[in-house]
Design a protein around this ligand. Structure first.
Ligand code: ADP
Ligand code: MG
Length: 708
């Protein structure tokens, strides 16, 4: 660890020194308002954020390597004497290519700068020592282009050499050098202030260093082992707090009194009669688990996993109807979906199933006028509505239920853990059933849903024909459209999906809109085509969905909004443009939209894979239809950081934990659950810091008072 005190000074001392971690970064030495704005783009607003903005990589510059040992593509430090200096002008006379030959006892290489100033060559004197760092390349000989370097006899340690340097994720306007200095200033100022949330006994048992030391070592490690231990510690702490929140939630729900629904044989028979098919054995098994939870007098908290198309909706509908069956009780149920389109679809499904029942149902989406919304809210609060279907808008603070008894959350992926915990705020804890869109790898499910019971549907409805999936390179795209035309001729329908272009909704829309024009005028002029994307008005969306469902439109050009839940039996074709841009789970989810009506589905991946990873992804998809296998593959190919590290996934965002180590996830879970088992309200003094941290980060739904 290296602490250098020179040049580190606070411009403005914090008002409250005990809370220096919460101080805005702009008051930190070397930051100021302009850089603070840039740092905010990295999610860095406070000194604490800065301390937890861990390096994405490290440059090990502790030792120079013998030149003869260098391998092409490797980053390394070399140290030697200058043997030759060459300048070749390229533009006029002032600028050109500068090549400096360096020799050590084992060999020689060239340091090269393109577009260098002629005058610069003079700073390199033959026979003088030089140390340089960069990536070794080969251009007629070993070469490092534009290395970081230092002239003069190599000191044991300097700002650039003899140490391990952190490499941070940057944003335009802030360089590595600047960020390193700023982080160092933050460490000097505040590393010692970071509270120790992990109880000492656990630190000892798991061999974790203290927080202050871990912060220093994570940013400026003396060796790579220190760095690993430090990062492990910071990851553990983050996971531990998260798992403690889940453990508290579980403990709380197990103690809480909930509603004991009467799900009897009559109710069961009445619900089954509503469906035109028999439930599969897997559906029956899960329905029994759910019904068991509902009968029990403590709240259900269950996760339902199943591959796309396995019939999870049936379970959701069953639970909903069972909850509302005793109409005299005045119970209310809420069904939440990730998108408005899916919410509408669920709403329509439920309304048609409930035609003869006296269930008062409403759809609550952002498209409602303020008057409609406030009327619905009033009715919910008064108990004049029994069932409400909607998006996340349902858990906003102004939504009050008279007696919310059941919440079903469809497609958990987009629904954050914090939101899940926040559900608990509304009166008596309701029964909660959460469904995933596609399977989640086992290790991760265990960690993320550690507070929940898990049910799995592991079989498909009987007539389901597996979807065949083929990949087409650009030269063959026309063939894919021809194959699709065959299906359209037989009266089936086709989706054509235009995925997100560079995370930009604007471009995304343009490509779907232009795609739609192209389909209408050139590709399938003989078949009516509609457009669907998230930015359309509620009415326009409805028109498109209704038209596509009824067969009036046989082709739908869409963004990935069709990814979740849409159920149109005659749709047999899924054409995905630029499939290489999408992740495995998303592609699998998309192709789950077709082949639902007893006719086999055909999925065409129109792709130009440029990376090995993209090639593997597409290959997996053409090879298997098994969502559980695909989830495991996805984990292997991309790593969980990519899988779950995004906001969209709904998983908590970790700042330190990078998902590369699942063992630590299990340890944190075991430790947190054991700790909460012993101290269920975190009342012991040695848990005070942890308690504060957990409440600050996950507190919304965790009324600790309920636990004790
Ligand atoms: P997901 O699990 O992807 O949400 P859905 O619930 O949307 O799947 O079901 C997919 C399709 O299978 C729907 O059209 C549904 O009506 C149908 N389905 C569900 N269960 C059965 C069953 N037991 N027998 C026949 N068809 C079923
Ligand atoms: Mg579904």
């Amino acid at each position: 660890m290296r602490r250098r005190t020179e040049g580190i000074r606070k411009l403005n001392p914090p008002q409250n020194t005990s809370n220096v971690l919460e101080e805005e970064v702009r008051y930190l030495k070397g930051v100021g308002p302009k850089r603070a704005t840039l740092l905010a783009r990295l999610g860095v607003n406070t000194v604490r954020d800065l301390l937890l903005h861990l390096p994405r990589d490290y440059e090990d510059r502790t030792h120079a390597r013998p030149i003869a040992d260098l391998r092409v593509g490797e980053k390394a430090v070399v140290s030697g004497t200058i043997a030759d200096v060459q300048f070749r002008p390229t533009q006029g006379r002032a600028r050109g290519i500068l090549q400096v030959t360096v020799e050590d006892r084992t060999g020689s290489l060239t340091l090269a700068w393109f577009n260098a100033h002629r005058a610069w060559a003079k700073s390199f004197a033959i026979g003088k020592p030089i140390t340089a760092y960069g990536t070794a390349g080969f251009y007629g000989g070993l070469q490092i282009v534009a290395p970081d370097y230092e002239l003069g006899a190599a000191p044991a340690e300097s700002e650039k050499f003899g140490r391990i340097l952190p490499v941070y994720s940057l944003t335009e306007g802030i360089s590595q050098g600047v960020l390193r200095k700023i982080v160092l200033a933050a460490l000097e100022l505040a590393a010692a202030e970071m509270p120790e949330a992990v109880p000492r006994s656990l630190c000892r048992a798991r061999k974790l260093p203290g927080t202050t030391q871990a912060l220093w070592h994570a940013h400026f490690p003396a060796d790579m082992k220190d760095k690993d231990a430090a990062r492990r510690r910071l990851s553990y702490e983050e996971l531990f707090a998260f798992q403690t929140a889940l453990a508290l939630n579980r403990a709380r729900l197990q103690k809480a009194r909930g509603i004991a629904f009467r799900v009897g044989a009559n109710v069961d028979r009445r619900i089954r009669q509503l469906f035109p098919f028999d439930f599969t054995p897997a559906q029956n098994k899960v329905i029994q688990e759910v019904a068991g939870d509902m009968r029990a007098d403590h709240p259900m908290n269950r996760l339902l996993q199943g591959d796309v198309g396995c019939g999870k909706t049936v379970v959701a509908v069953y639970a909903t109807l069972a909850a509302l069956a005793e109409s005299s009780k005045g119970y209310q149920a809420a069904l939440m979906a990730p998108t408005e389109i899916l919410a509408e679809q669920h709403y329509l499904t439920l309304r048609s199933l409930l035609e003869r029942a006296r269930v008062r149902t409403a759809l609550l989406t952002s498209a409602a006028t303020p008057q409609e919304r406030s009327r619905n809210l009033q009715q919910l609060a008064d108990g004049d509505l029994d069932l409400v279907v909607g998006t996340h808008a349902l858990i906003q603070r102004d939504v009050k239920f008279r007696d919310l008894a059941l919440v079903v959350v469809d497609e958990q992926h987009r629904f954050g853990v914090r939101q899940r915990l926040a559900l608990r705020e509304k009166g008596l804890p309701p029964d909660v059933l959460v469904m995933t869109a596609t399977p989640i790898p086992r290790t991760l499910a265990l960690a993320y849903f550690a507070d929940m019971d898990v049910s799995i549907i592991d079989e498909m409805p009987p007539e389901r024909k597996p979807v065949t999936t083929e990949q087409y390179l650009p030269a063959d795209w026309q063939r894919a459209f021809e194959a699709a035309r065959e299906e359209l001729r037989n009266g089936r329908s086709a989706f054509v999906v235009y995925p997100l272009v560079e995370e930009s909704q604007e471009l995304d829309l343009t490509s779907a809109k232009e795609g739609c024009e192209d389909l209408k005028t050139r590709v399938f002029p003989e078949y009516p085509c509609c457009l669907l994307h998230g930015q359309m008005s509620q009415k326009a969306k409805q028109e498109a969905m209704d038209g596509f469902r009824s067969g009036r439109y046989q082709v739908m050009a869409a963004t990935t909004v069709v990814e979740v839940g849409i159920d149109v039996p005659q749709a047999t074709v899924m054409i995905i443009q630029h499939a290489e841009r999408l992740g495995l789970a998303q592609l699998h989810q998309l192709r789950g939209r077709i082949g639902r009506g007893g006719h086999p589905g055909k999925c065409f991946l129109l792709a130009e894979p440029r990376t090995e990873e993209a090639r593997r992804r597409l290959e997996v998809l053409t090879r298997t239809n098994d969502g559980f296998l695909i989830a495991e593959e996805d984990l292997r190919i991309r790593g969980p950081g990519q899988l779950f590290g995004t906001q969209q996934s709904g998983m908590p965002e970790f700042r330190c934990y990078d998902f590369s180590d699942t063992e630590i996830l299990k340890q944190a879970r075991d430790d947190a659950f054991a700790l909460v088992g012993k101290d269920p309200a975190l009342r012991r003094p040695e848990h005070a810091v942890l308690r504060r941290k957990v409440l600050a980060e996950y507190g919304e739904g965790l009324a600790l008072a309920d636990v004790g």
